[in-house]
Ligand binder design. Structure first.
Ligand code: AMP
Length: 212
């Protein structure tokens, strides 16, 4: 195993909110991923690099050891079915809620409701726990269109301000989970590279603890 640490992060809100945390550990990328278009960013620390990948791929890279560390939303982790990861720290960033939503004022659905979502595992588990039969329709994005066009009765999606739901005539119906981004760690790397990984975990815990 090399003595390099790779941290997998997705572009956008998680990257934007994670970089100030890493900066407090004196880990600063040398390039902006939007401007440089590089997928591997060197940092000011010679042995630490940042990998820019899709949010849903972060657990896969970390579980398989292509990255030692990753930052992933709880939504992605709940949907991912692997067990080769530690999830030691809630970073408290990119906060939002996983919600069930439907057309505003539509009232109860009498038949077996159709639920459009990209979170099929979370949705299946949620309704199984409630003992409610639903038909799940897999979509890859723009879930809000489902109920608007009659493709589905409800959607399961992330909600932050609620503006996207409102703009499309939808309202929240049920709260499924609170979401924030977590630090994830490859299990083997934790054993093989403790001298590199433990200080990062300890410093991040201190920063998060001080914020609360
Ligand atoms: P909002 O209009 O502020 O409620 O944001 C809702 C839209 O932003 C939806 O398309 C969500 O999928 C997306 N979204 C909100 N919060 C997050 C987050 N923390 N991570 C990823 N996507 C999010």
């Amino acid at each position: 195993m090399s003595d390099k640490i790779t941290i997998a992060v997705s572009k956008g809100r998680i990257f934007d909110e994670a970089m100030p945390l890493l900066a407090q550990l004196d880990i600063v990328p040398r390039d902006d991923p939007v401007e440089s278009r590089k997928l591997i960013l060197e940092t000011n620390q010679a042995n630490i690099q940042i990998l820019i990948i899709r949010a849903t791929d972060v657990p896969t890279y970390v579980e398989r050891g292509a990255a030692e560390l990753g930052i992933a939303g709880k939504d992605v982790l709940m949907e991912y079915s692997g067990d080769g990861l530690y999830e030691p720290i809630d970073l408290g960033i990119a906060k939002c809620r996983m919600m069930l939503a439907g057309v505003k004022g539509a009232g109860p659905i009498t038949d077996r409701p159709r639920v459009a979502t990209k979170y099929i595992n979370i949705t299946r588990d949620y309704f199984a726990n409630k003992g409610q039969q639903v038909e799940i329709i897999k979509l890859y994005g723009s879930m809000e269109l489902g109920p608007v066009l009659g493709l589905s009765d409800w959607i399961v999606d992330l909600v932050d301000t609620g503006n996207t739901l409102k703009a499309n005539g939808l309202e929240t119906l049920e709260h499924i989970a609170d979401i924030s981004s977590r630090l994830i760690v490859n299990k083997a790397a934790m054993k093989m590279k403790p001298a590199l990984i433990k200080p990062i975990l300890n410093q991040l815990s201190d920063i998060i603890g001080n914020k609360e």
